[in-house]
Design a protein around this ligand. Structure first.
Ligand code: MF3
Ligand code: CO
Length: 249
């Protein structure tokens, strides 16, 4: 069931989203060669707690950390580790969220570590832009498939592929709510978008094929062909004035 939020609920959610975006921004500014992914995770956790919120990934289905930190061919759900240091030339995808007064925010971005290849830059730019294409399509009266199609079309026109096994989602009093928001699909299909819907749109884009596999740790998702992958996510609200990005500082 898709839950529509009232204006008062959206106000609280904006706070959860603002904190989520602040934590992501903080991690982005700390990304540099030599830093461990566990150090980045601690920064995010301390920030979220200081804002009076809770890291909402921690303990979600047993997930052990505040952030998912995924490097290069890792697509999503990389577990922060004291042993994993960022290296010049890496791209690092950070995904995290916060719960505030019972409402959730969720966002992600891929950052460059030092100097990265032009291939990596173009992949990151394309993935970020595809998220904005999806958001532009998220207007009241349109359908979920319009978002999916906008993302897929933008990505595939540039020669990349969209991950199919993981999708975006509704969000609100739970981190994951209905509906699913696939990053591929057909315009005009799926449920109609209504004011008060809140969605996490999150394209995951691979430089090679779209197939992925899960590592033996049970979490880390890798590209099957070893190619680079990028991930960007915003939590948005559908309003009568159009889509509104909530995960901004
Ligand atoms: N960030 C993921 C999403 O966007 C959820 C992470 S699952 C967790 O839907 F277990 F790692 F928290
Ligand atoms: Co999400």
């Amino acid at each position: 069931m898709v839950v529509l939020k009232t204006g008062r609920e959206l106000q609280i959610m904006r706070e959860a989203c603002r904190i989520s975006a602040g934590a992501l921004k903080l991690i982005g500014s700390a990304v540099e060669p030599g830093v461990t992914t566990a150090e980045l995770d601690r920064l995010a956790e301390q920030y979220i707690l200081k804002q009076g919120a809770k890291p909402n990934f921690k303990n979600y289905q047993g997930y052990p950390a505040t952030a998912c930190i995924s490097i290069n061919n890792e697509v999503i759900h990389g577990i922060p580790s004291e042993k994993r240091k960022l290296v010049n030339g890496d791209i690092v995808s950070v995904d995290l969220g916060a719960e505030f007064n019972g409402y959730h925010g969720d966002n992600a971005a891929t950052f460059a570590v030092g100097d990265v290849s032009s291939d990596a830059k173009r992949l990151m730019d394309t993935t970020r832009e595809s998220l904005y294409e999806g958001i532009k399509a998220a207007c009241a009266g349109s359908r979920i498939g319009d978002i999916s199609y906008a993302i897929q079309k933008y990505v595939e026109a540039r020669g990349y592929s969209v991950v199919r096994q993981f999708v975006g989602h509704g969000i609100g009093t739970k981190l994951h709510e209905a509906p699913e928001v696939p990053n591929f699909g057909t315009a005009g299909r799926g449920i109609r978008l209504l004011p008060g819907m809140t969605l996490a749109i999150e394209p995951m884009v691979n430089l090679g094929g779209y197939d992925v596999k899960v590592m033996p740790d049970g979490w880390t998702v890798l590209t099957r062909d070893g190619s680079l992958s990028a991930h960007f996510e915003h939590t948005i609200a559908i309003t009568s004035d159009g889509p509104q990005i909530m995960t901004i500082v």
